[in-house]
Design a protein around this ligand. Structure first.
Ligand code: NDP
Length: 491
C-alpha cells in the first residue's frame, strides 16, 4: 500500500516503480477564523456553554474554537425559528422560497473549492471525495428541492400540503455538509424553519453554511445552527417548541430519541446504522466487482452508514475475488487528505479510532484472519489501514456490529437463497449490493433483500432524486427524492 507521508513503503509501492509527486490542494482558499459562535436569528452570537476545539484528524492541529450551545441558547434558537416561521417563511409563496434555495445552491457552487478544503480539513476525508462527491451533491440537493418548493401540491401529498413548523435536526460527522443539505433543503422547500446541530467533531462547514445563509439574504431565523455535543443535541430534540425531529447517527442514540419523542406530537425521522451485504455472484465481472467492493467499504474510510461492510462471495469465485481484492488494496494511497492523490484519509476522531481498533481485535480473538496491505501510518493524527477479515462466521461480532471504519468482513455462500438468508441476518436494513450479469437474478435478489436501497453492479451511488432510508434498526422515514418531502409536510 502506498503511503504519502512516509514516501515509498511496502512491496506494492516498489512494484509501482515510480513515486507520485505530492499534489496538495491549497489551504489558502479557506478563511479559517480562530473562533466561531452560534448562528441564531441570522447572526453569529457567543454560546453560553463551554467552548470546545475542532481538530484536524490528520494532524491533530487545532483548527478553531467553537461555542457550545447551552439549553438556554437552544431555547433562543428555537424561538427565533418559530418567529421566522410564523412571521415570514410559512407566509411566503413556494416560488419565493425557491428563489432563496436556488440562490443558496449557486453560492454553494461558487464556494465549492473552499467548502471541499474545509470539509477535508475538519473531517479527514480525501479532497478527491469532498471535491467530487460531497460538495457537488450538497449543491444538487438544494437545486433539486428548490424545484419542488412551488410544486408541492403535485407531490402526491394532497392539494394543499402544509409545513410542520420548526424542525430540530441533528447530524453526524461522516458527511457533515451533505447531511446538512439532506436535512435543510427539503425542510425549507416545504416551508419549515430549522435549528440544526452539527456533530461536535465537524462543525466548520455548517458554520460556513451559516455565512452562506447571510450571503443569500435568507430571512433571519429561518436557519439556525447550534454547535455542541450530545447534550446540545438532547436539548434540541427534547425542546417542546419543535414540531419535527430529524436525526442521523447511531442506532443507540436514535433509540433514545425515539423514546423521548414517543409521548409528544413531534414527527420523527431516524437514519441510523447499517451492516450492508455486498453480494458477489460467480458470473459477476470480477474487476468491476472489486472496484465496487473497494468503493463500498473504503470510500470515506468506511465511515458510511450504508457501507458494504459484509462481503458475501459465491464460493466458486472466492479465491479469484480475494486475490484481486488484495492486489487492488495494495494500490490504495493512504495519507494527507488534502493531497489529490489520496484514496484513504484519516479516521475522524480518536474515539472512533479506538472503536475500530477494539472491534478489529475482537475479530482476531474470535478466530477470523486479519489482513492489511503493507502500510506505514503517519505518526500524528488518527489512522487505520484498510483491513480485510476472512474466515468470518455470521456469529462473529465483526459480522454483526457496525464498525464504521475501513474494515471488511468476508463471508461465502453457495446458492442465491443462502446469500439472501445471510444478507438479511442482521438487525439493520439500510442498503445492499448485488453483482451479477443476470438481470433476473438482480430482481430476484432485490425483492428479497430487506434493505432500503439495493444497488446492482454498483455501490454507494447517491442522487438527490432518489429516496434513501432504512428497514428495521436502520431507522424510519426517507430522505431524498419526492419521498423526502413527506418528512416535512403535515400529512
Ligand atoms: P452519535 O449517534 O452519538 O452522534 C450523532 C449526532 O447526535 C451527533 O451530532 C451527536 O453529537 C448527537 N447526539 C449524541 N447524543 C445525543 C443525544 N442524546 N440526543 C441528541 N443528539 C445526540 O454517533 P457518534 O458520533 O457517537 O458515532 C457513534 C457510532 O454511531 C459510530 O461508530 C457509528 O457506528 C454510528 N454512526 C452512524 C452514522 C450514520 O450515518 N448512520 C453516522 C455517525 C455515526 P456529538 O457528535 O456532538 O456528540
Amino acid at each position: 500500500m502506498a503511503n504519502q507521508s512516509k514516501g515509498s513503503t511496502g512491496a506494492a509501492t516498489a512494484r509501482a516503480a515510480f513515486e507520485y509527486a505530492p499534489a496538495p490542494e491549497s489551504r489558502a482558499v479557506v478563511d479559517l477564523k480562530s473562533s466561531y459562535g452560534l448562528f441564531i436569528n441570522g447572526e453569529f452570537v457567543e454560546g453560553t456553554g463551554h467552548a470546545f476545539k475542532s481538530v484536524s484528524p490528520a494532524t491533530e492541529e487545532v483548527l478553531a474554537e467553537i461555542s457550545e450551545a447551552s439549553e438556554a441558547d437552544v431555547d433562543t434558537a428555537v424561538k427565533a425559528a418559530r418567529r421566522a416561521y410564523t412571521r415570514t417563511w410559512s407566509k411566503m409563496s413556494g416560488a419565493e422560497r425557491a428563489k432563496y434555495l436556488y440562490r443558496i445552491a449557486r453560492i454553494l457552487q461558487e464556494r465549492a473549492r473552499e467548502l471541499a478544503v474545509l470539509e477535508s480539513l475538519d473531517n479527514g476525508k480525501p479532497i478527491r471525495e469532498s471535491r467530487d462527491v460531497d460538495i457537488p451533491l450538497v449543491a444538487a440537493h438544494f437545486f433539486y428541492y428548490a424545484g419542488w418548493a412551488d410544486k408541492l401540491e403535485y407531490a402526491g401529498y394532497g392539494p394543499a400540503p402544509r409545513p410542520l413548523g420548526v424542525a430540530g435536526q441533528v447530524i453526524p460527522w461522516n458527511f457533515p455538509l451533505l447531511m446538512l443539505a439532506w436535512k435543510i433543503a427539503p425542510a425549507l422547500a416545504c416551508g419549515n424553519t430549522v435549528v440544526l446541530k452539527p456533530a461536535e467533531t465537524t462543525p466548520l462547514t455548517a458554520l460556513a453554511f451559516a455565512e452562506i445563509c447571510q450571503q443569500a439574504d435568507l430571512p433571519p431565523g429561518v436557519v439556525n445552527i447550534v454547535t455542541g455535543a450530545g447534550e446540545t443535541g438532547r436539548a434540541l430534540v427534547e425542546h417542546p417548541g419543535i414540531d419535527k425531529v430529524a436525526f442521523t447517527g447511531s442506532t443507540e442514540v436514535g433509540k433514545q430519541i425515539a423514546r423521548a419523542c414517543a409521548p409528544t406530537r413531534k414527527k420523527v425521522t431516524l437514519e441510523l446504522g447499517g451492516k450492508a451485504a455486498n453480494v458477489v455472484f460467480e458470473d459477476a465481472p470480477v474487476d468491476q466487482a472489486v472496484e465496487g467492493i473497494v468503493n463500498g467499504i473504503f470510500f470515506n474510510q468506511g465511515h458510511v452508514c450504508c457501507a458494504g461492510s459484509r462481503l458475501l462471495v459465491q464460493e466458486s469465485v472466492y479465491d479469484e475475488v480475494l486475490a484481486s481484492l488484495r492486489r487492488r488494496l495494495a494500490t490504495l494511497r493512504l495519507g494527507d487528505p488534502l493531497d489529490k492523490n489520496t484514496d484513504v484519509g484519516a479516521i475522524n476522531s480518536a474515539a472512533q479510532l479506538a472503536k475500530i481498533r477494539e472491534l478489529s481485535e475482537v475479530g482476531e480473538a474470535e478466530g477470523a484472519q486479519r489482513w492489511s496491505p503493507p502500510c506505514e501510518l503517519p505518526v500524528k493524527g488518527f489512522w487505520f489501514p484498510p483491513t480485510i477479515f476472512t474466515g468470518v462466521s455470521q456469529a462473529h461480532r465483526i459480522a454483526r456490529e457496525e464498525i464504521f471504519g475501513p474494515v471488511l468482513s468476508v463471508l461465502t455462500f453457495r446458492t442465491p437463497a443462502e446469500a439472501v438468508e445471510k444478507a438479511n441476518n442482521t438487525p439493520y436494513g439500510l442498503s445492499a449490493g448485488v453483482w451479477t450479469e443476470k438481470g433476473s437474478l438482480i430482481l430476484w435478489m432485490a425483492s428479497r433483500l430487506r434493505a432500503g436501497v439495493v444497488w446492482a453492479n454498483t455501490f454507494n451511488k447517491f442522487d438527490p432524486t432518489s429516496p434513501f432510508g432504512g428497514y428495521k434498526e436502520s431507522g424510519y422515514g426517507r430522505e431524498g427524492g419526492r419521498h423526502g418531502l413527506e418528512a416535512y409536510l403535515d400529512v
